[in-house]
Design a binder for this molecule. Structure first.
Ligand SMILES: [Zn+2]
Length: 394
C-alpha cells in the first residue's frame, strides 16, 4: 500500500456531513482522510486540483450482481409479474457467461465511483468476484419458498451454502434475508428471523405493485396466475393483513434494521407504519428499475416528509441499462425535478453507508474515514448536463 500523502482539492468540496468546503485541501494517507487543511497550509506544487466538485464515493444499497448476464434480455415496461416470470424462467445460462458478467459489472460499478454495494444473492456465483473486489460488499443472501410452508426447511437448507460462500471479514459482511411478502411463507420467515440476530441487517423487496397488496390481503390478484404458471396452486391469504407491508410486519421476531426496497407504491400511511414498528428502517429506491419494469416512480415527496433515511440502488442488469448511482440520481432529477442533486447527495452516500452498517468508514468526507472520492465537472446546478458519469479520484 502506498502511504505517501496526497493533497487533493477542487472548486467545491461536498463532505455530505457538514457544510460545503471551499479553499480547503483533503489530505489522504493511502485511502484514508487524515486531515482537512486550508489551501494556504500546503505547498501549492503538492496539491492535485480538480475542476468542479468533489464528493465521497457512492453507495449502491440494492443490486443483484449475479443477474448481470441478463443485460438486455428482458423487455421493458411489461409489469412486475411478467418481469418475475421472465427472471424465474431464464435462470439457466452457462456458468462461464454468468461469472464473466459478474466480474465485468463489479468493475463497471467501481469505475462509476461506487465504493459499497448491498447485494442480493440466491447463489454462490458472486463470492469469487466479491472476495477480490475493491468494492465493499454486504451480501444479502435472499431466501424464498414460493409460500410452500411445508418446504421452508428444504429451501432454507438450499440457500444456506450460498450464505456460507459469501465473504465476511471486516471488509465485506453478510446476512440472510427474505425475498418479498409474496414469496416467503410464515415458516420461512420464522427460520430466517431465528437464524439471524434481531440486530442483523435485513432487507426486503416491498410494495412494488398493487397486485402484491391484493394478494397479501386475500383479494383477487395477478399473483395467482403467476403461481399457476409455475405449476403451483396457492390458497388465498386469510385476509387479516390490509396490504403486503402489514403482512410482513405481522411476522414474529422482526429484525430492527431493515432496508425496504422499491416502495414504488408506498404511501404516507405505509411510511408512518414503518416508522412506528421498525426501530432502524431505510427506504431504498431503484428508480431506473422501477421505470424499466413498471413505468412508475415512487412519490419521493412523501418519502422526504418522513425522517426515514432514503438510499439509492441500481437493482440488477435484468432491469437496468447500467449500474450507476449517478444515473439513478439523474432519473429522479428528470422526473421529479423538485429534488436537486444536493438533496440526493446523502441518499447516494451516507444513508446507504448507514443502511449497510458501514458509515464509520464510508459515506462522507471526514477525518478517519476511507470514503472514496469522486469528481464532477462544472457546477452543481448543471451537474447532469455537464457530466456523463463521475471521475473516480480515489
Ligand atoms: Zn431487487
Amino acid at each position: 500500500m502506498n502511504n505517501a500523502k496526497r493533497y487533493i482539492t477542487a472548486d467545491e468540496i461536498y463532505p455530505v456531513i457538514g457544510d460545503k468546503l471551499t479553499d480547503k485541501v483533503l489530505v489522504f494517507e493511502g485511502e484514508t482522510i487524515v486531515d482537512i487543511i486550508g489551501v494556504n497550509e500546503v505547498d501549492d506544487s503538492k496539491v492535485e486540483k480538480y475542476h468542479g466538485l468533489l464528493m465521497p464515493g457512492f453507495v449502491n444499497a440494492h443490486c443483484h450482481l449475479e443477474l448481470s448476464h441478463m443485460k438486455g434480455k428482458i423487455p421493458t415496461g411489461s409489469g412486475l409479474l411478467s418481469f418475475l416470470y421472465a427472471v424465474v424462467s431464464m435462470r439457466s445460462f452457462p456458468e462461464e457467461e454468468i461469472m464473466e458478467a459478474i466480474a465485468k459489472a463489479d468493475k463497471e460499478m467501481w469505475e462509476n465511483g461506487i465504493v459499497a454495494v448491498g447485494d442480493i444473492c440466491n447463489t454462490p456465483h458472486t463470492s469469487e468476484t466479491k472476495s477480490k473486489s475493491k468494492i465493499m460488499y454486504h451480501s444479502f443472501v435472499e431466501m424464498f419458498d414460493f409460500l410452500q410452508d411445508d418446504q421452508a426447511d428444504h429451501h432454507f437448507d438450499q440457500y444456506y451454502p450460498s450464505y456460507l460462500s459469501m465473504p465476511s471479514n471486516g471488509f465485506h459482511s453478510k446476512s440472510i434475508v427474505p425475498h418479498a411478502p409474496y414469496t416467503v411463507s410464515n415458516s420461512l420467515y420464522n427460520k430466517i428471523n431465528k437464524a439471524e440476530h434481531q440486530s442483523a441487517i435485513s432487507s426486503i423487496h416491498m410494495l412494488e405493485s398493487q397486485d402484491e397488496n391484493y394478494f397479501c390481503s386475500g383479494k383477487d390478484s395477478g399473483y395467482y396466475d403467476f403461481y399457476r404458471s409455475l405449476g403451483m396452486d396457492i390458497p388465498r391469504f386469510n385476509g387479516h393483513a390490509n396490504n403486503a407491508l402489514h403482512h410482513y410486519l405481522s411476522q414474529k421476531n422482526q429484525p430492527d434494521h431493515v432496508l425496504f426496497v422499491h416502495g414504488t407504491i408506498m404511501g404516507a400511511e405505509d411510511i408512518a407504519l414503518i416508522k412506528k414498528q421498525v426501530k432502524n428502517p431505510y427506504l431504498v429506491s431503484c428508480p431506473n428499475a422501477n421505470l424499466f419494469i413498471e413505468n412508475k416512480l415512487p412519490r419521493y415527496a412523501d418519502w422526504q416528509k418522513s425522517d426515514i433515511p432514503i438510499c439509492l440502488g441500481t437493482d440488477s442488469y435484468s432491469s437496468n441499462w447500467q449500474l450507476s448511482i449517478f444515473q439513478e440520481m439523474k432519473t429522479i432529477a428528470k422526473y421529479q425535478s423538485h429534488i436537486s442533486f444536493l438533496d440526493m447527495m446523502a441518499w447516494a452516500t451516507i444513508n446507504g453507508a448507514a443502511a449497510l452498517g458501514k458509515s464509520d468508514i464510508l459515506g462522507s468526507l471526514e477525518i478517519g474515514k476511507s470514503p472514496g472520492l469522486v469528481n464532477f465537472k462544472g457546477s452543481v446546478e448543471h451537474i447532469f448536463e455537464d457530466n456523463e458519469e463521475g471521475i473516480r479520484v480515489l
